[in-house]
Structure formats: structure tokens, C-alpha cells
Ligand binder design. Sequence first.
Ligand SMILES: O=C(O)CCC(=O)N[C@@H](CCC(=O)O)C(=O)O
Ligand SMILES: [Zn+2]
Length: 344
Amino acid sequence: MNLQAQLFGPDLDWLSHTLARAEHVSSEKIVVLDDGAGLQLQDSGLLYLEPPADRPNPNNESLIVSAGVHGNETAPIEVLNNLLNELLHGKWQLACPALFILGNPPAMDAGKRFLDANLNRLFGGAHRKPEYRGLPEADRARLLENACKAFAAKHSTNLCHYDLHTAIRPSLREKFALYPFVEGRDIPDEQVDFLLEADVETLLLQHREGTTFASFSSSELGAESFTVELGKVRPFGQNDLSRFTGIANALRRRLQGEPPPKPDRASGQITVFEVVHEILNTGDSFRFHVPDGVANFTMYDPGTVIWEDDTTCYKVGDTPEGIVFPNRDVPVGQRVGLMIRPRS
Ligand SMILES: O=C(O)CCC(=O)N[C@@H](CCC(=O)O)C(=O)O
Ligand SMILES: [Zn+2]
């Protein structure tokens, strides 16, 4: 039986297996590739990869790569699945330990952002809140946290986490990364070089800790973590994967332990924004004045009213501010958008 069949069953690859068996599966079985690398399907959409013990890890690092935390953001899922297929077919060899994650298999199967609760708001222990008790997404957040903790306990040196997404709205800056807020932490130049290598030319610095997957791995595991937005949400089969070769090539290079290429753009060439305000749905009287369909990074002049309710009116401050992730269709208490400005 070939390796793919040993891991996923006849005629299935990781993605088709995850879609077909979106419910819990787990296995202690480690499938060993011809070159000695080991793969363990720890749960549906959760794959642990370990190089042979005697192979050098030249970049001395461990990688968590996740996609499908939002089930309808399909292009990064296809990118990750294709990287795995290449590995299984011997196209390259693994040099560093890695955890590959397809975040929300039932939502992927349904073609939806989420089923009961937004998985990317349930990390950092938020899944324990009473309102989420018993929801599959809360269980999934706990399971993914535990898997990442176990991975980090075993492979703590230079742990990095790239959580790959695509955006609902068009974007004036197609690819951008969000850097979770951790007190006193600044982004290392080599991470900026990696983002540029992946064709990600815009960086957005969060202003406070959140409950996203990247925020969890950054705060609790000490990882260098990013949410990476790579384009626009499209259903399976409708992605132009030629627009995602930057991230695919950059990740493959890291997984193989190859040295970083000589950067053709210096770290200083990334455009950096900072979050100045997080817009939350405050309830019945909340009114959001950004029209549906406005592109990410659309800028507003000082004084423009962005949202208001019966007690608050948020206006753009003294310098222009932009909107990222405008989405009025979220539950009370959740994020309707981020107001951003160029880093001062
Ligand atoms: O396009 C949108 O409105 C959402 C795209 C998306 O899923 N973005 C992430 C960003 C996470 C972060 O703030 O780091 C999300 O909303 O979960
Ligand atoms: Zn997303």
C-alpha cells in the first residue's frame, strides 16, 4: 500500500480524507516515508510531521502551519494540502518538525466560515466561556490548543506559527500579515524577510492581545506567529493557485531547511500599519457607517464618523485611518472591523 493510502485510506489525500471524515478521527500510527520521516494523523485535519532523527535541521526551527480555521477560506487549504502531497510523493525532504492543521473540518465540508461559533475567536481559553460550552468549535479550539502545546513542549526552539487565511472583502493590499500583540515584543527582521519572500508586503501590528489562533500561539507558546491574509475567499475549485506561489515556495523552503534567499527587498520595504481601534458590535443601537463591499485598507479622512451607538460616536482622529475586515454581520460583542493607520 502506498504511503498516502496508509495515512488516509485508498484514493484519498489529506484534504479529501478531512472532508470525508470531518468528525473526530485519531491514530497512534506513525507512517514512515522512504527517507525515514514520520507522519502521524493525530486527528481529523491534524498532522504531525517529524524528520528522521539523524537529519540536520539547518534553520534550527519548528513550524506550525494552519489553514481552514475559517472553513470557506479554501486557497490556503489547497496550498497546504499540495505541499503535503509533494512530500508524500518524494518531491522534497522534511528537515524540521512541523504540525500541519486544517482548522475546522466540518465548516470546510459545509463551505462556511464556521458552523456555530467563529473558531478564530475561541483560543487563549475563550472556548471555556459558558456561551460556547458544548459547541463543536469550542471542542476543536481546545483540541488544537492541546496539540500545539504538546508540539511546543517537544520542539520549542524557534517555534513559528503561520495561520493562513483569505479575506471576505477585496483588499487594496492583496496580501498582508497581522502580528499579534505581546507586551514588549517586536517583529524580528528575519520574519519580515520571510513575509516578503512569500509576497506579503504589508504588515499590521495588533494593539492588544486577542483570542485568535495566532494570538494564542504567540502569547502562550512563545512562537513567532502571524495571521497571514493571502487573497480573497473563494470556494474549492475556484482558486487561482498561481496567486499563492509565494507562500507555497517560502514554506516549502523552510520545511526543507534551506537557507533564506538573499532578500531582493530589504526588511524596511514592508509597509507597516498599526491598529488604532477595534470596532465591536455594541448591540441594538450600534450603527456602522462603512458600506458593505468596501475594500480592506480604504482610508477615511479625519473627522469621518465610522460607527456610533446611543452613547458613543467614533470619528477618525487627526490623521487618516483605514478600515480592515469590515463585517457588520457579527454577534454582539464581536469585531466589526479594525481601524488602522500607517505606523508612526
Ligand atoms: O475578511 C475578513 O473579514 C476576515 C478574514 C479573517 O478571517 N481574518 C482573521 C484575522 C485574525 C486576526 O485578527 O489576526 C479573523 O477575522 O479571524
Ligand atoms: Zn479567516
